[in-house]
Design a protein around this ligand. Structure first.
Ligand code: SF4
Length: 219
């Protein structure tokens, strides 16, 4: 079975988005394509230590799944789908063990063949159970293969996220839950919070997502 290049595995509460407050085991994979694509999120990324694809350790997927202690794991990065073969194997192994798989992706890479989300009641071998796509500025590109299978669209409110862009992305995401999330860091935090609140007030179907793990001082 395939290996994964893993930076860290840890238990915590999901801090943001629809599943906020839910215990999960987080698996952070190495590598990110945002710097190579010239995406603006590199300016405010809070996981820059994940960009190097050689960082961390190479682990068989069985060893990774053995370290999952909760009914749900969250696959994050970096960009997890840079390791799509290993990710597909991980999903299959997790499902074999009765564990749901959440994916957090920037959306630039198509899902592994056979892997789009199909809903929470399925244990299809390679299907994710929850897909969060967080498209990045300046282009906010989402690979067309994600059409119709995004569960949650996470919009991080930096200066590039205006109402027109947010509405376009919500429309393209076809019914996905829209989570609007302020930036946490630095001098732009208050401005970002104000803009995020305004966006949600103006779009009552959307919801505010706060990075509650940072407020709590947990991982
Ligand atoms: S895609 Fe995610 S991990 Fe990569 S630079 Fe952007 S915010 Fe950071």
């Amino acid at each position: 079975m395939a290996d994964l290049q893993v930076i860290e595995i840890f238990d915590s509460l999901q801090g943001e988005g629809y599943w906020t407050g839910t215990p999960m085991t987080f698996i952070r994979l190495a590598g990110c394509n945002a710097p190579g694509l010239g995406l603006d999120c590199v300016r405010w990324c809070d996981t820059a230590g994940s960009w190097d694809p050689a960082t961390g350790e190479s682990l068989p997927v069985e060893a990774v799944v053995e370290r999952v202690h909760f009914p749900r794991l969250c696959l994050t990065g970096g960009e997890p789908l840079l390791q799509s073969d290993g990710v597909a194997a991980l999903v299959a192994e997790a499902h074999r063990c009765g564990i749901r798989v959440h994916l957090e992706t920037n959306g630039t890479i198509a899902p592994p063949p056979g892997a789009p989300a199909v809903g929470a009641d399925s244990w299809d071998e390679q299907s994710f159970d929850w897909v969060v796509v967080s498209p990045k500025p300046p282009g906010f590109l989402i690979a067309p293969e994600w059409a119709g299978v995004i569960d949650e669209l996470k919009l991080v409110v930096d200066e590039g996220m205006d109402a027109v862009t947010a509405e376009r992305l919500a429309l393209e995401s076809r019914g996905a839950i829209v989570s609007v999330q302020p930036l946490w860091d630095g001098s732009s935090r208050k401005l970002s919070e104000d803009r995020a609140v305004r966006l949600v007030l103006d779009h009552p179907d959307w919801r505010l997502s706060l990075q509650t793990h940072k407020y709590l001082g947990i991982r």
